[in-house]
Design a protein around this ligand. Structure first.
Ligand SMILES: C[S@@+](CC[C@H](N)C(=O)[O-])C[C@H]1O[C@@H](n2cnc3c(N)ncnc32)[C@H](O)[C@@H]1O
Length: 291
C-alpha cells in the first residue's frame, strides 16, 4: 500500500534529479578557459588572420572541449529507460563530433550509429570509438541523411542543432530524427537560444591548456540574427556560424516532424535548453509515462 503510494512521487523526484544532473553536468567542471569581457583590441588584432575551414584546427582538440562541455547524455539514458519503461538499445548520435559520447554510450547499448558531416571530426571519432565493435560512424548531413534504419533514441548534443543556416535546416534535422525513430522512440537534444548568444557575445574565452593556445570570440550579427564565433589560433581563425533556436522554433519544428515535445528544461545559468521529444505510437499516444 505504502509502496504504491510513494512510487509516483519518488519516480517524479528521480526524474527531476536526472534532468538537473544532465542540464548541469558540466557546471562544476573547469572549461580550461579564462573568460574575460570582450576585448576590442584583441578582436581587431585577430580579424585579419587567415581563415581555416570549421574544425580544421579544432578537430584534434575537440575531445578536450567535448569532455568538459558536452552534456552527459549517456548518464540520462538510464533515467529515460526507468521513467518510460523502454529498452533504448539502438542509439543514433546526430553530429557525433569526435565520438566521445558514442564511445560512452556503447557499453550500455546494442548499437550506436554516429553521423557527422565533417571528415576531420569523423577521423578523430574513428580513433576514439575504435575499440567499440557496436559503434558505426557514417559521413552524412543531419538535415537529409537517410540510413534506412530505425532506432530507439536519437541524440544531438552540445548545441549541434545550432550549426545550421536557417530555421528550415532545423526542421529538416527534426525530420531526420523522426524518420529514424521507431514508434515511441525519443529525440533528445540541447540548443542555445538568442539570449544566450547575445550574452556570449560579451566575452572572449582564452584556452590556455587545451593543446595549442586558442581563443573563442563570439559575435552576434544583428543583420543576419546569427551568432559568429571566431576560434583564433596563432596561425589563423576558424569561423563557426550558428542560428539561435528557442522554444517557439522547437514547438513548430516538432509539430511539422510529427514529434511530441515531452520536456524542456535548462541549466542553472540559463544558457542551454534541453528538449525531450517523442515519436507517438498507439501504445504511447501522448505523454503517458511510468513512474
Ligand atoms: C559543437 S560540435 C558537437 C559535437 C558532439 N556532438 C559533441 O558533443 O562533442 C558540432 C558538430 O556538428 C557537426 N555538424 C555541423 N553541421 C552538420 C551537418 N549539417 N550534418 C552533420 N553534422 C554537422 C560538426 O561537424 C561538429 O562535429
Amino acid at each position: 500500500m505504502h509502496g504504491t503510494m510513494f512510487r509516483e512521487p519518488i519516480g517524479n523526484l528521480r526524474w527531476w534529479w536526472a534532468k538537473c544532473r544532465l542540464a548541469n553536468s558540466n557546471a562544476f567542471v573547469w572549461s580550461g578557459a579564462v573568460t574575460l569581457p570582450a576585448s576590442q583590441p584583441f578582436r581587431q588584432a585577430i580579424a585579419a588572420k587567415p581563415r581555416f575551414a570549421p574544425y580544421e584546427r579544432l578537430a584534434p582538440l575537440w575531445h578536450l572541449h567535448s569532455r568538459r562541455g558536452s552534456p552527459r547524455y549517456e548518464r540520462f539514458l538510464p533515467a529515460i529507460r526507468r521513467r518510460f519503461r523502454v529498452a533504448l538499445a539502438d542509439v543514433l548520435d546526430l553530429a557525433c563530433g569526435v565520438g566521445l559520447m558514442a564511445a560512452r554510450l556503447a557499453p550500455d547499448c546494442r548499437r550506436v550509429v554516429g553521423i557527422d558531416s565533417n571528415r576531420r571530426m569523423l577521423a578523430e571519432a574513428r580513433k576514439n570509438c575504435g575499440r567499440h565493435a557496436n559503434v558505426r560512424l557514417v559521413a552524412g548531413d543531419f538535415r537529409c541523411v537517410d540510413l534506412g534504419e530505425t532506432f530507439d533514441i536519437a541524440v544531438c548534443a552540445f548545441d549541434s542543432v545550432n550549426y545550421l543556416a536557417d530555421e528550415q535546416g532545423f526542421r529538416d534535422v527534426l525530420g531526420t530524427a523522426a524518420r529514424h525513430l521507431r514508434a515511441g522512440g525519443f529525440f533528445l537534444f540541447d540548443a542555445l537560444g538568442e539570449a544566450t548568444m547575445r550574452k556570449l557575445a560579451g566575452v572572449d574565452s582564452h584556452f590556455l591548456r587545451s593543446g595549442p593556445r586558442h581563443a573563442m570570440c563570439h559575435y552576434f550579427d544583428e543583420a543576419t540574427q546569427k551568432s559568429r564565433t571566431l576560434v583564433s589560433f596563432p596561425d589563423g581563425n576558424e569561423e563557426h556560424v550558428r542560428i539561435p533556436i528557442d522554444p517557439p522554433q522547437v514547438a513548430a519544428a516538432a509539430e511539422s516532424a510529427g514529434l511530441e515535445l515531452l520536456e524542456r528544461f535548462r541549466d542553472v545559468r540559463k544558457l542551454r535548453t534541453f528538449y525531450v521529444l517523442r515519436k507517438p505510437s498507439e501504445a504511447n499516444p501522448s505523454a503517458g509515462f511510468a513512474s
